[in-house]
Design a protein around this ligand. Structure first.
Ligand SMILES: *[C@@H]1O[C@H](CO)[C@@H](O)[C@H](O)[C@H]1NC(C)=O
Length: 265
């Protein structure tokens, strides 16, 4: 008790008390030091990380702009060469827009072998596939094949087949409806994605080749004309289907087919 009073009365505090007073005064200073250290550390880290980001950007992003998204070098060949599968993830409006591209320079800067695009509009199976396989055999760089089947149909052609991976994304098609023309346009648009396709042949699963490939290729490539199949047939499936009530608008000739073709072009 007396001791404590003595301390209180003393003008100068005892050394241990002075020490605590000093450390109390030093506390804000040390806090400032810690803060400064922390600040410098954070600044250092952010500067380093900014440099790291810059460095990484240069390392990983800059070269990728020179390489096509398909992982190949961006050569002209990688641009011209059609993909091994004709499947894609474009919808119709995207596809038609993409297919409407054309070069602004008409002289090719590479050797272009013009191809015939054989476009099969089918329900599903191709019963005459073996015939077509024989027809196409040995003429690989002169044709391309596109198959528009009903959307849920999956063909099981082996990788050796000319029809392997030739099915394009499709929509339901009904006979005699506009969906038929949409399917034809879809086929044509897909074929236009390959810059080598020059002639376009529309076929169904009922079609069979009656001449060899060379004959067909030469005949089509040397002709100035487009070809259209039309048969004037008496009976219920030919003239029998013609309604005279349609007379004023549509003639008995194949005006309708011509109109459809005009719309396709
Ligand atoms: C196709 O996709 C684009 C973008 O997602 C969309 O704007 C367009 O309406 C679609 N077209 C059709 C026909 O679905």
């Amino acid at each position: 008790m007396g001791m404590e009073e003595g301390i209180k009365d003393n003008a100068s505090p005892p050394p241990n008390l002075r020490h605590t007073n000093q450390s109390r005064a030093l506390l804000p200073m040390r806090g400032l030091q810690v803060f400064l250290l922390f600040f410098v550390l954070v600044l250092g880290i952010s500067v380093v990380s900014m440099h790291m980001i810059k460095y990484l950007k240069i390392q990983t992003f800059a070269p990728s702009t020179l390489i096509s998204p398909y992982g190949e070098r961006d050569t002209l060949e990688s641009f011209i060469k059609p993909p091994s599968s004709v499947w894609h993830f474009m919808n119709d409006s995207e596809l038609l827009w993409r297919a409407s591209m054309e070069p602004g320079i008409y002289r090719y800067s590479f050797k272009r072998v013009p191809k015939i695009a054989f476009m099969f509009l089918t329900k599903g199976p191709l019963p005459f596939a073996p015939l077509w396989e024989r027809f196409f055999e040995g003429h690989e760089s002169f044709y391309s094949i596109y198959v528009h089947a009903l959307p849920n149909y999956r063909s099981g052609f082996p990788s050796s087949s000319v029809f392997y991976r030739r099915q394009i994304p499709s929509q339901p098609v009904a006979w005699g409806e506009m969906s038929m023309c949409d399917a034809e346009r879809r086929l044509l648009a897909n074929a236009l994605l390959d810059i080598s396709n020059e002639w376009f042949v529309l076929l169904s699963e009922a079609c069979i080749p009656v001449r060899g490939f060379n004959f067909v290729y030469n005949y089509i490539s040397r002709s100035r004309y487009s070809f259209m199949g039309s048969v004037d047939e008496n009976g219920p499936y030919g003239r029998g289907r013609y309604s005279y009530a349609m007379g004023p608008e549509i003639g008995q000739e194949v005006v309708l087919i011509q109109l459809l073709l005009a719309k396709l072009m």
